[in-house]
Design a protein around this ligand. Structure first.
Ligand code: C5P
Length: 320
């Protein structure tokens, strides 16, 4: 049976954090060699691709978390637009799409929100246009769009190497409880990497490593061990650009976080809690410091971008 082509495909797509972000030397292509442990969180954007005659258009609005959605371009510079365009070119598609993005992931916050939207658009357009590309092919297109896009497609917890786009799943047990504290300001990823280069000028940057203890703490769900192992090589550079982040991290530790770090290139900071109750206490405490614009609860690992199917019709059938 041929499945009907849908007229709209809704996708939910996750934010990521890096539990370890090891940054190596700058490569000839301008990117840095990375070794990182990604975790996807249940802090998600919604991306809906609707059928359109021939053009691609994007609309962005704020979700329940009221992030700065108007800071996201609604034109061809939007990564979700570029994802749709790339698929269209690669697969010779002549149809268009209107993409609506409901933002909950902090904008330019170091949680790969733009990459999540691109992953969502790839998945949604693949279904909308009836392309049926396998995950392996979508992942290749994802890597062409940005270093973090493949991870947003796959989700879970994974080791990322090369510039972050080569993924190996990491085994974890249980749910990890995080507090995500957003900043009043934004940071550009490229600017943070440039500051990283400045800070290391004249010194040899070693190849990045991920400690085996971190992988083992994740496998055993040992949150006490995991806290002090959280590490981000970009943190110094992000703090050099926004010194107030240091105070925020410090106050999270004072309030009993098991670990605290800048997420990716920042400025969002994440704090590891013992369990759900502890994460609620921590979020309340952090939100009163005046050092962050909001402190939200999030759990990981969460699934990668996925199509939301309508719930089954559970109306009981009465047979007389
Ligand atoms: O790949 P993506 O477009 O998300 O990267 C944004 C910017 O971050 C790049 O232009 C580059 O300046 C920096 N970057 C880097 N090394 C990486 C990933 C990103 O220098 N591995």
């Amino acid at each position: 049976m041929v499945s009907p082509i849908p007229i709209a495909v809704p996708v939910e797509t996750p934010a990521k954090i890096n539990l370890h972000l090891g940054v190596g030397p700058r490569r000839e292509d301008g990117y840095h060699e990375l070794l990182t442990v990604f975790q996807a969180l249940n802090l998600t954007d919604s991306v809906v691709a609707e059928a359109a005659r021939s053009s691609i258009s994007v609309e962005v609005f704020a979700g329940v978390d009221e992030v700065e959605a108007n800071a996201v371009p609604a034109d061809s510079s939007n990564l979700a637009y570029q994802a749709a365009e790339l698929l269209r070119e690669e697969c010779g598609v002549r149809k268009g799409t209107h993409i609506s993005i409901e933002k909950n992931i902090p904008v330019a916050g170091g949680m790969a929100g733009g990459s999540a939207d691109a992953a969502g658009a790839l998945l949604a357009c693949n279904a909308l246009w009836g392309l049926d590309l396998p995950m392996s092919e979508l992942t290749q297109h994802a890597a062409a769009l940005g270093s973090d896009v493949p991870f947003a497609l796959h989700g879970g917890t994974a080791l990322g190497s090369s510039r972050g786009e080569v993924l190996t799943p990491v085994l974890t047990t249980g749910t990890f409880h995080w507090v995500v504290a957003t900043s009043f300001r934004q940071l550009s990823t490229a600017a943070v990497y440039a500051r990283f280069d400045q800070l290391h000028e004249g010194s040899v940057v070693p190849d990045p490593q991920v400690p085996a203890e971190l992988i083992s703490a994740l496998r055993q769900h040992d949150v006490q061990a995991l806290g002090p192992l959280l590490h981000n090589d970009l943190q110094r550079a992000a703090i050099a650009l926004l010194p107030e982040l240091d105070l925020l991290l410090e106050s999270g530790m004072d309030y009993g976080a098991l670990g605290a770090m800048v997420s990716g290139s920042g400025p969002t900071c994440v704090f590891l809690a013992r369990d759900r109750e502890h994460s609620i206490e921590l979020a309340l405490a952090l939100s009163t410091t005046g050092l962050c614009s909001a402190a939200r609860l999030a759990q990981g690992p969460a699934p990668g971008a996925r199509i939301i199917t309508a719930p089954p019709d559970l109306t009981p059938v009465v047979i007389e």
